[in-house]
Design a protein around this ligand. Structure first.
Ligand SMILES: [Zn+2]
Length: 241
């Protein structure tokens, strides 16, 4: 993996997020550390629509300057959040933040916790944190360090109460796969809860086993992402530019 490839992968993640309707206006942001660097990261430029993002349009920013002024082309809320997280959470090499509708709906429920409803829910078993303290937009240096403290090793997902979600991963493929399944699982939660019937939950020991099986499944996220790249290469190769 080199910088050009990382740029293409992140651009592809934006394009697919738009295809799936998981973006909101031009408000959400994804970032990814450059291969071989622990400080230099890619971020979408403010105002760019996810469906039109290209590899070369991604900004390259320095997380070691977190706390300083935002790049003029970066969204300030993205800068305050992602720069601090990349500085403080080494395992969060890729950070995806969206207001995707089903997961955000769940983030608005009082005391919500993800339930082990089905096989896909189990991949999030004990890998989710909940921030229940919405305090306005991320426009200062306090929110990043606060959220960083929630990203213990093994935690991939944070429900941001009354706001949205954040997903982290080692690679773009891994983080995108997590984001995709999170929204699928959230959709299932909304459907199941909407019946008003009692939920039949998977016991903890089986959920833990199934989670491990998900995480050890050979090439799972890579297979998914490779299939998505093939479609983009054929249908909208401009993302690579
Ligand atoms: Zn947001």
């Amino acid at each position: 993996m080199n910088e050009a490839e990382q740029r293409r992968h992140l651009a592809a993640a934006f394009r697919w997020t738009a295809r799936l309707g998981l973006h909101e206006g031009v408000a959400n942001h994804f970032s990814a550390l450059l291969p071989g660097s622990d400080t230099q990261f890619l971020l979408n430029a403010r105002g760019a629509h996810f469906s039109r993002i290209t590899a070369s349009s991604l900004l390259s920013l320095d997380a070691s300057t977190a706390g300083g002024a935002a790049h003029p082309d970066a969204d300030p809320t993205a800068w305050f959040l992602h720069a601090h997280l990349h500085r403080l959470v080494p395992h969060a090499r890729v950070i995806l933040h969206t207001h995707m509708p089903y997961a955000t709906s769940l983030a608005c429920l009082d005391g919500f916790e993800l339930q082990m409803l089905d096989q896909s829910s189990c991949r999030f078993f004990r890998r989710v944190a909940y921030d229940r303290h919405f305090s306005g937009m991320f426009l200062d240096d306090r929110e990043g360090p606060r959220l960083a403290a929630m990203l213990a090793d093994g935690v991939s997902t944070v429900f941001l109460g009354n706001h949205g979600v954040m997903v982290v991963g080692q690679t773009v493929a891994e983080a995108f796969d997590e984001l995709y399944y999170l929204e699928r699982v959230a959709q299932l939660h909304v459907y199941a809860l909407s019946t008003g019937r009692p939920l039949q939950l998977i016991p903890d020991d089986i959920a833990e086993l199934t989670c491990r099986q998900w995480l050890e499944y050979p090439e799972g996220p890579d297979l998914h992402f490779r299939a998505l790249l093939e479609i983009l290469d054929e249908e909208e190769p401009g993302y690579r530019d």
